[in-house]
Design a protein around this ligand. Sequence first.
Ligand code: FAD
Length: 479
Amino acid sequence: MPRIAIIGGGISGLSAAFSLEEKRQSGAQADTKIEYVLYEAAPRLGGVLVTDHVDGCLLEAGPDSFVTEKPWAADLCRKIGLGDQLIGSNDADRKTYILVRNRLVVMPDGLMFMVPTKILPTVFSPLFSLRTKIRMAAEWFHPPHKAEADETVAAMVERHYGPEMVDRLADPLLSGIYGGEASQLSVRAVLARFADMEAKYGSLGRAMLAARAQMAHSKTPPRPLFTSLKNGMQQMTDELVARLDPRALRTSTPVQSATPQNGAWTVTAGNQTETFDAVIVAMPARAASAVLQSADATLARELGEIVYSSSITVALGYDDAVRRSLPPGFGFLVPRSEGRRLLAATFVHNKFPHRAPADRAILRCFLGGAHVEESMSASDDEILRIVRQELQQILGLTADPLFVRIYRWRAAMAQYAVGHLDRLQRIEALRQKLPGLALAGNGFNGIGVPDCVRSGTEAASKVLTAMGISSATSSTVTG
Ligand SMILES: Cc1cc2nc3c(=O)[nH]c(=O)nc-3n(C[C@H](O)[C@H](O)[C@H](O)COP(=O)(O)OP(=O)(O)OC[C@H]3O[C@@H](n4cnc5c(N)ncnc54)[C@H](O)[C@@H]3O)c2cc1C
């Protein structure tokens, strides 16, 4: 019977395992039996999807939601019976602030990601200087431009709108997603749509308006920007785990190596070595690099060169008086030029329903970027001191929190540097020389939860196809 190993039990590995489980169940009837084993280093499955429940509040330690526009995570939720558990962000209350010289300035209406599409709100916004506003007007006439080579997001945005736009919008928006810097991230890897729009229209503003006009003609009703689950993101991984074959799950079992041998793969974890027909490596690229060192040193080097950054999330719960004193909206972003440790804070009680009782407020603070590595080894007291000091300076918040939870994520977020897509091509060429190997995870084609779901599902279908087994299954969509 064909045997497949999955290494890494985050959302990528669990999505792969679920596809194989579907195949295993349908194969039992169709006589194409398969078997899989999921190895996970940690005592629990789910990776960075961790939801806590404290004092009637729901706290997300890792991701709090996913973008609705990318369908793969929501589709998987429907497939596993969680369709009626999907919730949208409270977009009617959406308002995001940017900290400018220690004042919270609301992001003007009509910004699509960072591209202004409405004239008046932008003209009257104190977020930008007159010089940047003039650049925005001139951007309308930007000629089509196809960049010869990859470049940083900062370089592209600066070419269109000048450096202030990089500092006040591009960088804070991206650091909320990647924990990284616009001056490091690749346009082609993280904002491919912008590169295409620039090549076709020249002006990003005109391109966004064209896209909006198209959306207005579409019959699809407007959807919330972000989607989550009533009981939190971990509901998704818990449900996936519940649907897997329990005999296949090996937690607290870090894999040391996966090595091709005589047309098969040997996987070594602790002092146990097992043989498989195929292996899905679904871990952060640096961990994948170590595991694949004995398979192909060049592949391992390429994987190891994908940079990861660390981050810390701090959840603070407050009472009703604080809830009433906080500004409306989803929260604020902090440009690097403000010199703070906080990169962003979310007013969780406003962003999603089912997160806090009416008399509680939850602030979720996000620390990342240049200073985060020192903070990773700082004590909880020290991190809390910094966070409370900055919240006091930014929001005037002096009240003692009712509860605090601090979550450290070491090297969990991939940073797609300039040249990332070329590296992926080299990795793919090397992978093809290792039959039976598939790669999944956030180091490759998208860091968000939907991208990771897609990467796991595709990896499963790749190994099945390579083994001559059809990856199609007849499954029922429920929920
Ligand atoms: C703080 C934070 C906030 C985020 N916010 C959002 C958000 O709001 N929306 C969004 O879409 N995305 C968000 N992301 C990104 C997204 O959550 C991740 O990219 C995604 O969940 C990664 O899933 P994964 O399975 O690829 O990796 P992981 O979740 O990292 O799972 C990999 C697993 O591999 C295991 N492993 C490692 N080495 C070994 C080994 N040798 N043997 C066996 N197992 C091993 C690890 O223990 C881990 O469980 C956020 C990420 C973080 C850290």
